[in-house]
Write a protein that binds this ligand. Structure first.
Ligand SMILES: O=C(O)CCC(=O)C1=CC=C[C@@H](O)[C@@H]1C(=O)O
Ligand SMILES: [Mg+2]
Length: 368
């Protein structure tokens, strides 16, 4: 298979509600979509998860466009590809820029599955028919608002609540949530807002029976995460720290975490995501699929990835209508009783809504 033509688009969408973390608030969602056409005329889709500001990792929409236009697309287009695993080998000469690499790799995986007329989940080796989903809730103005939201999400059937924390919005919030919902599966995500100086706070979180604490410290603080994990009973989950199989191996060896959040964009694509999944499975580290407030194409890739066996904890892939008035795929992603059905159609199993894509596109470039 060869990719003959690529269309790169910059889309601008707006989320229904703002999403706040320890880094700040976002509601406008700018992102890139990549459409790859093979020599047989099949089309595969990829979505970049880079945001327009570099607060989650150093990548942005603009750096992704630059990397794709100037280095990544020229390296992959018109190359003979037998398997999507070859993309990461071809791109190994380009350092980092994982989200940009993942954008094209995701499209090649979709194309590969479509050429074989199997689902992307099957192409990846996934066997689950449905996946369990949780919800990620940003920092709110008041605890009452947060309690009301959680109440609604429990009603909708979401399988676990993930609450963002930051200094000043942590222990009191968790205590109040537990007072209202003593048994709800609950976890927190700090997005690196703390350091080992805050160890007492994390010790006191042990009493709230949290499923895990996600990314308490800075991305490169493997040693401090290991120190913390030794001193608390709640599992640490790493997100921003894991950019590769190597990072996962180091984290496991140092016992810096007991759970890993896998995002294919953060690790450079589905091939690397699968390698990390397998490594974690061998080491009895459960994984779950994180979210990057994706539109439909990225969401579809997440669903396929989550169909692999060691994704044993609910992920962040909520339904389309949680984020968007109108998503860019049909059918939209629907959550029923806390589950999403893994599509069985070929490739990602969702069709792009070309009208919607056109409406949200602000820039487009064709490569051949
Ligand atoms: O609903 C989703 O897509 C998950 C949202 C979410 O928790 C996150 C999105 C983007 C960056 C982070 O703040 C974050 C995370 O850290 O997991
Ligand atoms: Mg996170």
């Amino acid at each position: 298979m060869k990719i003959r033509e690529i269309t790169l688009r910059h889309l601008k969408m707006r989320m229904k509600s703002p999403f706040s973390t320890s880094f700040g608030t976002m509601q406008n969602k700018d992102f890139l979509l990549l459409e790859a056409k093979s020599d047989s005329g099949m089309i595969g889709w990829g979505e970049s998860v880079a945001f327009d500001t570099p607060w989650y990792t150093e990548e942005t929409v603009k750096t992704n466009w630059h990397m794709l236009e100037d280095f990544i697309i020229p390296a992959v287009i018109n190359k003979e590809l037998d398997h999507p695993d070859q993309v990461s080998t071809i791109l190994a000469a380009i350092r980092k820029n994982n989200m940009a690499k993942s954008t094209i790799e995701g499209a090649v995986w979709d194309l590969y599955a479509k050429e074989k007329d199997i689902s992307l989940a099957a192409a990846l080796g996934g066997s689950k028919k449905k996946i369990e989903v949780g919800i990620s809730i940003g920092i709110q103005n008041t605890i009452d608002e947060l309690i009301r939201l959680i109440d609604g999400y429990i009603e909708e059937g979401y399988k676990r609540m993930k609450v963002k924390i930051k200094p000043g919005w942590d222990i009191d919030v968790i205590r109040e949530i537990r007072r209202h919902f003593p048994n709800v599966p609950l976890m927190v995500d700090a997005n690196s807002a703390y350091s080992l100086k805050d160890i007492d706070l994390f010790k006191s979180l042990d009493e709230f029976d949290l499923m895990m604490i996600e990314q308490p410290f800075a991305a490169n603080d493997f040693i401090d995460h290991a120190q913390l994990q030794k001193q608390i009973s709640t599992s640490i989950c790493l997100d921003e720290s894991i950019h590769s199989y190597e990072d996962a191996r180091i984290a496991i060896e140092l016992q810096a975490c007991e759970i890993i959040n896998i995002k294919s964009g953060r690790v450079g694509g589905l091939t690397e995501a699968k390698r990390i999944h397998n490594l974690c499975e061998e080491n009895k580290i459960p994984v779950w699929c994180g979210g990057m407030l994706e539109a439909g194409i990225g969401r579809a890739h997440n669903i396929a990835l989550t169909s692999l066996s060691n994704f044993t904890m609910p992920g962040d892939t909520a339904g389309s209508s949680h984020y968007w008035e109108k998503d860019i795929i049909h059918p939209e992603v629907v959550v029923e009783g806390g589950f999403i059905k893994v599509p069985t159609g070929s490739g990602i199993g969702f069709a792009p809504d070309t009208e919607a894509i056109k409406r949200f596109t602000s820039k487009e470039m064709i490569f051949s």
